[in-house]
Design a protein around this ligand. Structure first.
Ligand code: NAD
Length: 259
């Protein structure tokens, strides 16, 4: 059974993986033996993340590039291929959210979210998939959202992008599953990252809303998402194609969102 989840010798790239959910995914894949590469657009985040992993005895390869820039992606992936190896596992994790009502949202802001959350996973996959197809083996994991399947006030661009990413995941599957390349998504619920620490206190209205909506009665841990990524990156998921695994404590099972 342990062999099913063994990733020794595999190279995994987690985009925007310098902290939070991406870092937890990288940590979990590393614990299964994968060689970890992490990119970001922020050098300071890359340096801090490398130091944190080093303090845990995990060696990571970090690289600065913008996932929306095709030329930079091509250069970055070539560098990883030359210095670490071909990418076996791609986790499209980099993402942004803008909370602006539709009528107030500049189209340029809408396009920026679509570019990072939807177009960038396409750019990354287009660069990485050909080698996976050639080798007849590969895993692509797109980090989606609960908003891949429902809307909410003031997150139109994010929901459009993440809904699109779910369908892009399914379409990549239709084209690449026959080459033994599995493309799947993960839809995290409310996850307890450093950024949400200030509001994760009893009595805070958003904390109360999360507790009301989540049947599991707790925030998700970044490691909950990491564990799902390990499953999808492993041989255990070799016949899992085009799915989005919602790691949300049951929110999407709970119509109306009130327990
Ligand atoms: P985060 O904002 O903490 O980290 C995202 C990282 O992506 C940042 O370090 C940022 O610098 C990097 N990034 C942004 N634009 C980039 C670009 N153009 N090129 C390269 N890197 C870039 O995000 P998070 O909260 O850890 O979430 C990670 C993923 O999970 C995102 O896709 C997000 O939409 C999704 N998600 C998060 C939650 C949550 O509760 N935090 C819930 C559902 C989905």
């Amino acid at each position: 059974m342990k062999e099913l989840f063994e990733l020794t010798g595999k190279v995994a790239l987690v985009t925007g993986g310098t902290h939070g959910i991406g870092m937890a995914i990288a940590r979990t894949l590393a614990s299964a033996g994968a060689k970890i590469c992490i990119n970001d657009i922020d050098q300071e985040k890359l340096d801090n993340c490398k130091k944190e992993f080093q303090s845990e005895g995990i060696d990571v390869y970090t690289l600065l590039f913008d996932v929306t820039n095709e030329e930079a992606v091509d250069k970055g992936i070539s560098q990883i291929e030359n210095e670490v190896g071909d990418i076996d596992i791609l986790v499209n994790n980099a993402g942004i959210i803008k909370r602006i009502p539709i009528l107030d949202m500049p189209v340029s802001d809408f396009k920026q979210v679509i570019d990072i959350d939807l177009v960038a996973p396409l750019i990354m996959a287009k660069r990485v998939a050909p080698k996976m197809i050639e080798k007849k083996e590969g895993k692509i994991i797109n980090i989606c959202s609960m908003m891949s399947v429902y809307g909410r006030n003031s997150v139109s661009a994010y929901a459009a992008a993440k809904g699109g990413l779910k369908l892009l995941t399914q379409n990549m599957t239709c084209e690449w599953a026959k080459y033994n390349v599995q493309v799947n998504g993960i839809g995290p619920g409310y996850i307890a990252t450093a950024q949400t620490a200030p509001i994760r206190v009893g009595g805070h209205p958003f904390n109360d809303l999360v507790m009301t909506r989540t049947p599991a009665n707790r925030w998700g841990e970044p490691s909950d998402v990491g564990n799902a990524a390990l499953f999808l990156a492993s041989k255990a998921a070799d016949f899992v194609n085009g799915q989005v695994l919602y790691v949300d404590g049951g929110i999407l099972a709970n119509f109306g969102y009130v327990k």
